[in-house]
Design a protein around this ligand. Sequence first.
Ligand SMILES: [Zn+2]
Length: 113
Amino acid sequence: MMETESKRRQVIHACECSICEQHPYSRVAKEHRTINRLVAGAHERQRRLLVGFLAHQRGRGGVALLARVTGLSRRTILRGRRELQQARGPANVARIRRQGGGRKRVEKKAQRL
Ligand SMILES: [Zn+2]
């Protein structure tokens, strides 16, 4: 089944949680915007792992919270969390996050030279 989430997002999702609505300049609201910026810049797998990681970090209620913040489905977040556990350990997580961070830009630049 194709989901809209499988495509790279062009638009940064705006969190619709009550904190972002009522206190848009609070620390939490800034954090939610940062999460959505990262989500928007990541490709499918990295995005799943990133949001799965954040949901896992928050423990109880994390999946529901991240679903509300990012607009991704709970199913997608649960899948990311599961994949994260299968990836085994923080070294792999760090590698995945670094890939999402910089390598693409370098490749694009290299092609132009
Ligand atoms: Zn929010």
